[in-house]
Design a protein around this ligand. Structure first.
Ligand code: MSP
Length: 502
């Protein structure tokens, strides 16, 4: 488990031409879990999210509404900011690619790529998807020249513009993948990216000649930057101006973790490191490619018209329940079904019963049998054994962004504590004066166990665990071992953490 050093984590920046949906919330929550966990470990964290505001899809959406792209962006970006806040994200900055600070830095970096000899003027013809803002290679095409992601017909486009010499990085990229097997996770995504590289890289457009909505190419202001390089660069530019009067680039670049989904693998795993190399900048340490949340078998997206509004879910269940559900239900890295029914089941059985009831019972028993004061005792050996090494295991999993696996580890302990309640039956021990020591040990162990799992769950459910840690009189939001806090502390019962649904 790596504890030293700063930790920089990002989400993709979301297109402002649509409304935020559960898929955007998902990536944001995942990155937030990592950010919060690393802060618990005492690392200095920078967590970035934001909006991608240039490019054809945004220009087209604005045109359809008869407003300017900037107006559209100004109207929609706050909806993403609101979503980010509402899901409880602890981001340190929210970047908008129309920020002057971003634009200025993109131009500087692109100029460097140009001066380093990786840019030339040329022409290109291929199958283009406007929504992806991407020329598809022959291997990527679906049948009948359709987009593999949007299932729409592609247009044959030919353009004269500036090109980025991606092909020059063929060997460097292969070497990067070989020397850093962790660069892309999970493994099957790494293999996918590597296969794309190995099939032979072709140069890619760096600019778009027909479009005006974008960042002007510094040496040819008739053209604007291809939106993907503009967007990818957000991860670097933000550090330059996120904190007024301070440049965080040296402290936080290269990033430890980019979180994104499989739809934008190629841009992040192939174009991005090559572009950084061309600019003479270090490449990120890792990226984790998660799957799609599926509703009735389809990826949620505005264009397919099957979105589920995260606000609706949070109105009913609260942000923590949504966070928990998404991190728990879908094995991180895989596609996974989500549904209102699945949500309610996890809420009832795991949040209300496994965890909420455990907390209520433990606190009520300490209250009833020991006047609310946690007894002084040693932790029970069976719990010591179950909790042994859990901080390392969870930490190691989260170092590689294996978020649902980490949550599984924690939840096993929640269930272990419930079994311990049934095994030791404190209510029976309380009947016999002579079982006082056993009762003390049971209640002490349970309070400790609850405290430790609640700290571990804090990154997943910050609000609820804050409340419970307060009730447990635990001031620290860090991590600690079972048995590290002595008894003698006064704790408080409270309302159910996750009230039953009507
Ligand atoms: N603007 C680009 C990204 C630029 S990053 C330098 C973009 N934006 S997007 O609005 O389309 O967001 C795509 C990302 O949103 C996915 O990579 C993923 O992180 C998230 N998701 C969108 N739909 C999703 C699901 N149905 N399921 C899970 N995540 C989803 O691409």
């Amino acid at each position: 488990m790596a504890d030293e050093g700063n930790y920089y984590v990002t989400t993709p920046i979301y297109y402002v031409n649509g409304a935020p949906h559960l898929g955007h919330a998902y990536s944001t929550i995942a990155a937030d879990v990592l950010a919060r966990h690393m802060r618990q470990r005492g690392r200095d964290v920078f967590f970035l999210t934001g909006t991608d505001e240039h490019g054809e899809p945004v220009a087209a959406a604005a045109e359809a509404e008869g407003i300017t792209p900037q107006e559209l962006a100004d109207r929609n970006a706050p909806a993403f900011q609101k979503m980010v806040d509402r899901v409880g994200a602890s981001n340190d900055f929210f970047i908008r690619t129309t920020d002057p600070g971003h634009i200025e830095r993109v131009q500087q970096i692109v100029q460097r790529v140009h001066d380093n000899g990786y840019v030339y003027e040329g022409s290109y013809e291929g199958w283009y998807c406007e929504r992806c803002a991407d020329f598809k290679t022959e291997v990527e095409l679906d049948e009948g020249e359709t987009c593999p992601i949007h299932k729409t017909e592609l247009v044959r486009e030919k353009e004269e513009n500036w090109f980025f010499r991606l092909s020059a990085f063929q060997e460097d990229l292969e070497k990067l993948y070989e020397e850093h097997p962790d660069f892309v996770a999970p493994d099957f995504r790494r293999n996918e990216a590597l296969a794309f590289i190995k099939q032979g890289l072709r140069d890619v457009s760096l600019s778009r000649p027909k479009l005006t909505w974008g960042i002007p190419v510094p040496w040819d202001t008739e053209q604007v930057m291809y939106v993907w390089f503009d967007a990818l660069l957000n991860y670097v530019t933000a550090l330059g101006y996120a904190r007024e009067g301070e440049d965080l680039t040296d402290a936080f670049w290269p990033a430890q973790m980019h979180v994104l989904a499989k739809d934008i693998l190629k841009f992040h795993a192939v174009y991005w490191p090559a572009f950084l190399m061309a600019a003479g900048l270090p490449v990120p340490e890792r990226m984790y490619i998660h799957g799609y949340l599926l509703l009735e078998g389809h990826k949620m997206s505005k264009s397919l018209g099957n979105t589920l509004d995260p606000d609706e879910v949070m109105d009913r269940f609260g942000a923590d329940a949504l966070r928990y559900y998404l991190m728990r239900e879908v094995s991180f890295g895989q596609d996974g079904q989500v549904s209102p029914e699945g949500f309610e089941t996890r809420y009832e059985t795991e949040l209300a019963n496994d965890y909420g009831n455990l907390a209520s019972r433990v606190l009520a028993m300490v209250d009833r049998y020991r006047d609310g004061v946690v007894p002084e005792a040693e932790p029970a050996p069976e719990l010591v054994a179950a909790f042994d090494g859990v901080l390392d295991r969870v930490g190691t999993l989260l170092d590689s962004a294996e978020i649902s696996k980490a949550l599984d580890e924690i939840w096993d302990l929640v269930r272990r504590l419930n079994r311990f309640v049934e095994e030791t039956k404190p209510w029976e021990l309380a009947k016999e004066e002579s079982s006082g020591d056993s009762l003390d040990r049971s209640l002490y162990s349970l309070t400790e166990g609850l405290r430790v799992v609640t700290q571990l769950l804090h990154p997943f459910m910050p609000t609820t665990t804050d409340r419970l840690l307060d009730q447990l009189a635990e001031p620290s939001r860090g991590l600690s071992e079972l048995g590290s806090r002595p008894g003698g502390v006064s704790v408080r019962s409270g309302d159910p953490l996750f009230p039953k649904l009507d």
